[in-house]
Design a protein around this ligand. Structure first.
Ligand code: 5GP
Length: 113
């Protein structure tokens, strides 16, 4: 199996990686929706939140810590930023590998469309 993110993790598809550790990877979105738009993904291939289990709690929490670390690195933490997880069809999830969008660098509207 696997998705486009599997190929990015394997280095088979180039990506602008901004952070990585043993559990996660963060790279720039290829089609940015804000001046800063980064995707934080677990190395473990979990398709969506429905597929996550209690065993993944620490990993999912880790992704939030990484998201903030990346926001600080990008200089958007102080001004504020948004984290988004599109989960399932109605949310527009296109890649079945859990990912957190880190969006910032401009004023973000609410509610999202
Ligand atoms: P989703 O819609 O599933 O929440 O978000 C998937 C995201 O992955 C989209 O924002 C899309 O632009 C991004 N994406 C899709 N393919 C690639 C790729 O090959 N490289 C990078 N860097 N981002 C991708």
């Amino acid at each position: 199996m696997g998705t486009i993110f599997t190929k990015i993790m394997a280095g088979e598809i180039p990506a602008k990686i901004v952070y990585q550790d043993d559990q996660s990877l963060a790279f720039r979105d290829i089609d940015p929706k804000a001046p800063t738009h980064i995707l934080v993904i677990p190395r473990q291939e979990i398709p969506n939140l429905g597929a996550a289990t209690a065993a993944d709690e620490t990993l999912l929490g880790h992704l939030l810590i990484v998201a903030h670390k990346v926001a600080e690195q990008e200089g958007i933490a102080a001004g504020g930023y948004r984290l988004v997880i599109n989960n399932g069809a109605n949310a527009g999830q296109a890649v079945p590998h859990i990912h957190i969008h880190v969006l910032g660098g401009r004023r973000l509207g609410w509610p999202p469309g």
